[in-house]
Every structure is written in structure tokens, then in C-alpha cells.
Design a protein around this ligand. Structure first.
Ligand code: PBG
Length: 330
């Protein structure tokens, strides 16, 4: 009899289930699977070979050709999907290259679709910020503010081109009011009823987007606080999620992920459609930078981060570490 055994103090010992790796594996409540992961990738017009992104070690700006190869690698690794972003050679006030069928994102979408057929979910970004010379996610009014409703028309046209190019889902990341309903209607009216919408429903105006803006060579001066959400707000996120679901979102996403796990959990409880979370550029860069200094173990930190995002309730996780994670999990 252990010395402390008594009816008031039974030998309930949660540590028993932590003793061996096999016990821990059997009793794990959450498992990340490579199929849960979506790999974002950057494709730059005119590149002939991949170019490293300084603030995101391990992530590259791709040529169309190297993007095709990456897609094959992702398929072999068992990853669930790909999320391409385009970097055009020329930018203008309305982001013309976004709606040009020969624009970089449309060309990339066609090329990857060609390569992977229906074996991976292809989710090109539906937003103008990579294509505008001012770097905002929409077109501007004369006073320099973002024109919500004029932007919706640009998104509708861009969405149609991406649907024609072979997108499964469009990653609607612009945070314009009404964008999901407007693009849904435009897709339906042009016969693209099978093309879905992954709504960046709760996308916060975050300091962690910095490395992404390097990756897409963003021209943005200032910030996106008039359209992306204010970090202190949670009730507002639920309102945004409800609106996007009502407007026809097929998946709702919360972004960033780790600083907003409370929102991920609330979304998972509330949403009738699948919930995704985006482990963004700054979250990735922090891990890699600390690992490069020898301060943390990158592999362990990646797996712990992704597991936490899944535990909070996200069934789909967009992450730059998708290939690394797939290797570690496989
Ligand atoms: C906007 C968009 C952004 C990201 C994805 N889509 C950047 C922004 O809002 O400035 C950021 C993703 C990341 O940081 O990894 N089209």
C-alpha cells in the first residue's frame, strides 16, 4: 500500500499515462495529419529559378516551373492543399494583372491544376494587394481610402478568372464587407457553381504579416486597419464569421493562428462549416529565427504549434512549415 493511500486520497495518478512514448501516443487527444495542412507558395512573374525570401528561411519565391515541382512534392508528402500567391511584373492602381487571364496567378493556377489534377485542393488567393501599386487590398477612392463596393467588382472578376483557371476554392483574404456574397453570386451567374470560397472571416490587422509583405514585395505604405479586424475584438470576429457563413462561405478561416487561438476555439464551436487557421509568415519566421540562434528546437516547436492550432479547433491549417511537418509526421 502506498503511504498516502486512503479513501480521501486514492492513488489516482495521471502520470501513469505519460510514462512511455507508446502510452502517450495511444492517449493523445489531438493528431495533426499531413492531409490537414495547406502550403502557401509565392510565384513571381519572370523568375527562371527560385529565389530565397530573407525573412522566411526555407520559403522561396518560385517560378511557374518550380511551383509545379513544389506541387508534386506536396502531393508526394500527402499534404492537403496549396495556396498560391502571385507577384506580377507590373502593378497599377486597380491591380489589372489580377484579372488578366495571362496574369501570374491565373497562369500558376492553370499550371498547378495541370500537374496535380484533382489530387490536391488548390486555393489561389483572391485579393488585390499583390497586384496594386499602392499595396492595398482594394481600389482606392480619390481621398485615398479603400472603396469597398468598387473593390467587390474587381474581386468578382478576379474570382471568375481564377475559377476558369481551375481553382477548387478561392482564398478570399481582402476583408471587404460583403465580399463572400458578392463573389458567390458572380461565380454562380457565370456557371462556376462548383468553385468554393474559403473566407478569411476573422482576419486581424496583425504585426505578424511583415515577412509576407517582403515575400510579395508589397508596396504598402501605412496599414490595413480600416478593413482588417482590430486585435482586441472577439465578438466582432463571431459577427464576421456569421456573416460569411450566411453569405455562402464553404470554409471560414481565422488569421493569424497562435495569437488568436481563442477565436479559433470560438469559431469551431459556432461554425456549421469547416474552420481553418493560418499560421502566418511572422509566426513561422519567429520559430525559424529562434531555431537558427539555437534557442529552440525547430521541429518540436513546429509540431507543438500545429498541434495547438488543431487542438483549439481548426481542422485545416495553412502553414509554411507544411512540408517539414509532413516529413516529421510521416
Ligand atoms: C492579403 C494577405 C496577406 C496575407 C495573406 N493574404 C497579407 C496582408 O494582409 O498584409 C498574410 C499571410 C502571412 O503573413 O503569412 N492578400
Amino acid at each position: 500500500m502506498p503511504r498516502n493511500a486512503s479513501p480521501e486520497f486514492p492513488t489516482i495518478r495521471p502520470r501513469r499515462l505519460r510514462r512511455t512514448a507508446a502510452l502517450r501516443r495511444l492517449t493523445a487527444e489531438t493528431r495533426v495529419h499531413p492531409a490537414d495542412l495547406v502550403l502557401p507558395l509565392f510565384v513571381k512573374e519572370g523568375l527562371t529559378e527560385p529565389k530565397p525570401i530573407a525573412s522566411m528561411p526555407g520559403v522561396w519565391q518560385h517560378s511557374v516551373d518550380s511551383a509545379r515541382k513544389l506541387a508534386v512534392e506536396a502531393l508526394r508528402a500527402g499534404i492537403g492543399g496549396l495556396m498560391p500567391f502571385g507577384i506580377p511584373a507590373a502593378r497599377d492602381a486597380i491591380g489589372s494583372a489580377a484579372t488578366d487571364p495571362d496574369g501570374i496567378l491565373n497562369v500558376t493556377t492553370r499550371a498547378i491544376r495541370d500537374e496535380i489534377h484533382d489530387d490536391l485542393v488548390l486555393i489561389p488567393d483572391l485579393c488585390l494587394d499583390e497586384f496594386t501599386d499602392h499595396g492595398h487590398c482594394g481600389v482606392l477612392k480619390d481621398d485615398g481610402t479603400v472603396d469597398n463596393d468598387a473593390t467587390l467588382e474587381r474581386y468578382a472578376e478576379m474570382g471568375e478568372r481564377l475559377a476558369e483557371a481551375g481553382a477548387d476554392l478561392l482564398g478570399a483574404s481582402g476583408m471587404m464587407d460583403g465580399q463572400i456574397g458578392y463573389v458567390r453570386a458572380a461565380l454562380d451567374q457565370t456557371g462556376h457553381t462548383d468553385t468554393g470560397l474559403l473566407a478569411y472571416a476573422a482576419k486581424y490587422s496583425s504585426a505578424f504579416y511583415g515577412p509576407f509583405r517582403d515575400a510579395v514585395e508589397s508596396q504598402l505604405q501605412g496599414d490595413r486597419r480600416t478593413y482588417q479586424q482590430n486585435p482586441p475584438n472577439a465578438v466582432e470576429a463571431l459577427h464576421e464569421i456569421d456573416l460569411d457563413v450566411a453569405e455562402g462561405a464553404d470554409i471560414v478561416m481565422v488569421k493569424p493562428a497562435l495569437p488568436y487561438l481563442d477565436i479559433v476555439a470560438a469559431a469551431a464551436e459556432r461554425s456549421p462549416v469547416p474552420v481553418a487557421a493560418y499560421h502566418i509568415s511572422g509566426e513561422y519566421a519567429q520559430l525559424v529565427a529562434a531555431a537558427e540562434k539555437g534557442w529552440i528546437d525547430k521541429d518540436a516547436a513546429v509540431l507543438e504549434s500545429l498541434t495547438s492550432i488543431k487542438r483549439a479547433g481548426a481542422g485545416v491549417i495553412a502553414t509554411y512549415a507544411a512540408l517539414d511537418a509532413a516529413r516529421l509526421l510521416g
